[in-house]
Design a protein around this ligand. Structure first.
Ligand code: FRU
Length: 318
């Protein structure tokens, strides 16, 4: 710990005051005393999250006056809450959090923010407005586009399975809401959702849910899963039942080496890009540290990948 900082903390202890808010001492932001970012990732068991950390790491590596401390909450909101608290105690200059769930992480984020630590909320949201900025794609829009693509590709008739993500997380809620809007079921009575399951973003859960869907539905035309691991799990179940060519599979994420590859291999029919926002989070963190104003919400774009366009990098959606 630099001497200046140690002296400051000592002073706080001796004076018996909390070193919160405006009185927080920052690192200098030089290569000798770099700014410190605490990054709390909700889990590293999913390829998309490994990619997000890699994107943060690559962007930060371009700035020698920046250091990132990575923590993996192993898919526990309780662990993640403790990580945010530790970052505050440790005296990091900015926190980036990609939260597991909205409700249990709203308070620790708000407390850090109120104590003067800028907080960037990445991908999944928290409740209220007690954070510095939110960065993420528009999951309602992505869900809506998926619904529209399925409605149009099915020609307004067909039986649908929806495999939902974790419904206590905002992308799960938004991808479901947008999907229903995009399907326009009231105007297309030939479309029917015959099965819904919650697979909590995980391929093995999706496979199990899909086994139930297959067992109870002799006819399925399309599976919409809230992420690509879910769509792939559904495909594995359908293939085990010898039914994978009877139906289409649509996912979300479109990682280069996951979803895009599934589309190129003919496993998925479509996937929508869900950008990690890792590079943007570092740029925004730097802006905050330089004392610049940043927007409260930064919305990232999406792209549609199908068999026709995957070789050409997909198609942007506005
Ligand atoms: C990974 C993941 C992604 C998904 C995102 C939503 O944990 O499930 O597959 O797009 O989280 O927050």
């Amino acid at each position: 710990m630099p001497l200046r900082r140690f002296a400051f903390l000592l002073l706080c202890v001796l004076a018996g005051v909390g070193c919160a808010s405006e009185s927080r001492e920052r690192h200098a932001g030089t290569p000798e005393d770099p700014w410190v970012i605490g990054m709390s990732q909700c889990n590293l068991g999913e390829p998309w999250r490994v990619q997000m950390d890699a994107d943060v790491r690559a962007a930060a590596a371009r700035h020698p006056n920046l250091r990132v401390i990575f923590k993996d909450a192993q898919n526990s909101s309780l662990v993640q809450r403790a990580q945010v608290e530790e970052f505050v105690e440790q005296g990091v200059d900015v926190i980036i959090i990609s939260p597991k769930e909205a409700a249990p992480l709203t308070r620790p984020v708000a407390e850090a923010y109120q104590r003067g630590v800028p907080v960037i909320v990445l991908d999944r949201a928290v409740q209220g407005d007690q954070y510095t900025t939110f960065i993420g794609a528009d999951n309602v829009q992505i869900g809506r586009e998926a619904g529209k693509w399925i409605r149009e590709t099915l020609g307004g008739r067909g039986k649908i399975v929806e495999l939902k993500g974790l419904m206590t997380s905002t992308p799960g809620q938004d991808r479901n809401r947008g999907f229903l809007e995009g399907l326009e079921l009231d105007r297309h009575p030939g479309l029917e959702i015959v099965f819904t399951g919650e697979m909590q973003w995980l391929e093995p859960n999706a496979r199990r849910e899909m086994e139930s869907a297959l067992a109870t539905n002799p006819e399925i035309d399309v599976v919409y899963a809230h992420n690509d691991p879910g769509a792939h799990g559904a495909w594995l179940a359908a293939r085990a039942a010898g039914r994978e060519t009877d139906m289409m599979f649509v996912g979300i994420d479109a990682l280069l080496h996951e979803g895009q590859q599934y589309v190129a291999q003919g496993i998925l029919d479509a996937t929508f890009l869900y950008p990690t926002g890792g590079a943007e989070a570092i740029e925004v963190a730097l802006a905050i540290l330089r004392g610049e104003e940043v927007p409260k919400k930064i919305v990232l774009g999406t792209r549609l990948f199908t068999r026709e366009n995957v070789g050409a990098g997909g198609q942007p959606i506005n």
